[in-house]
Design a protein around this ligand. Structure first.
Ligand code: FO1
Length: 323
């Protein structure tokens, strides 16, 4: 069971994979581990070769443990691929690549899930063993799966994202199971805590990485009612997404890719949005939140720390006003 903790002054971050993990790493350099809670999207999860794969949890674990492959944006640094070579030689599926070290994560997680452990407990134990002190939690322990209605019919998330390389036209996105899933209890406790320091919405894809978390019962309402400042770091810079299909999906879902459109995905939830300098001309009225320009493209560790510091400064300044 994840240890009970004093939530007073804690920072809660909602994260998907790559973009979110960068900001989570930055926050982990500025917030003491016992006061930082990262909630990971699990709607990308899927079963492959009878293995339970949790990509966003693993990107966060590897990034926070200093094991990540930053070129790929997923998997482990210095990975070897003997398993995939042997698998392909006997006709196994080659579209979803499982590195030798990464394979251990999927095998161990699958084994422990089958033994009846919760995803939360497995994630907490693996994070601790890899030297991660902060609290890393799945958004729920129940099965929630992103499915996309496309011009090629309904696709499971990894089919769309990896096998089809995000090529199909997206018409709608659903999170199968979210309406009956139980949100991570620690998430709900933190959102209800009177002295939570900040809620940070990381620069992950609003539609496929953050929305699954918000779609869980009562989560949107809990964020709207949360006494802590809610800060978005925009995933769109100058009309483009840094990595991944966010901008393409926005166009296909009928929106013009922009920082304002990204903020509008969180209508009624935001106290502030941190936009890149390229979008500094956008207004609070457009975003529905106070606007703070910053250098938000995170290429280096220093970039990650600078954005994280900006998030915390903005949150603390707003909290001061609210109080
Ligand atoms: N993404 C790819 O584009 N190709 C892959 O072969 C691939 C394998 C993979 C294995 C484990 C894992 O945790 C992630 C993996 N990803 C791969 C990335 C994954 O599809 C994305 O990280 C998320 O689902 C989107 O955030």
């Amino acid at each position: 069971m994840t240890a009970m903790r004093d939530l007073d002054g804690s920072v809660l971050a909602l994260s998907g994979g790559i973009g979110g993990a960068k900001l989570a790493l930055g926050l982990s350099h500025l917030v003491v581990p016992e006061k930082l809670i990262i909630v990971a999207n699990t709607a990308d999860d899927f079963e492959h070769l009878d293995l339970s794969v949790s990509p966003d949890i693993d990107t966060l674990v590897y990034t926070l443990a200093g094991l990540s492959n930053d070129e790929l944006g997923w998997g482990r640094r210095g990975e070897t691929w003997n398993f995939m070579t042997a698998l392909e030689a006997i006709g196994g599926p080659r579209w979803f690549r499982l590195g030798d070290g990464d394979l251990a994560m999927h095998v161990e997680r699958s084994h422990r899930l089958r033994a009846g452990e919760t995803l939360s407990d497995i994630t907490a134990d693996i994070a601790r063993r890899l030297g991660i002190g902060l609290t890393l939690l799945p958004m729920t322990d129940d099965r929630v799966r992103t499915r996309l209605e496309t011009d090629e019919g309904w696709l499971d998330f990894q089919d769309y994202f990896v096998r089809r390389a995000c090529a199909p036209m997206v018409r709608s996105v659903v999170f199968a199971g979210s309406e009956t899933a139980t949100p991570q209890p620690m998430l709900m406790r933190a959102l209800a805590h009177p002295r939570l320091r900040a809620v940070v919405i990381c620069p992950s894809n609003p539609f496929i990485s953050i929305e699954p978390i918000l779609s869980l019962p009562n989560v949107r309402a809990a964020i709207a009612a949360c006494p802590a400042p809610v800060i978005l770091v925009s995933p769109i810079i100058g009309g483009k997404s840094v990595k991944g299909p966010t901008a393409k999906m926005m166009r296909e879902l009928g929106q013009t890719p922009s920082a304002v459109a990204a903020s509008r995905c969180y209508e009624g939830l935001l106290d502030a949005v941190i936009v890149d300098h390229k979008d500094a001309g956008t207004t609070a009225a457009e975003h529905g939140a106070a606007v703070f320009p910053a250098h938000t493209l995170m290429r280096t560790l220093e970039d990650r720390r600078v954005v994280a510091a900006k998030v915390l400064d903005v949150a603390d300044s707003l909290a001061g006003k609210v109080a």
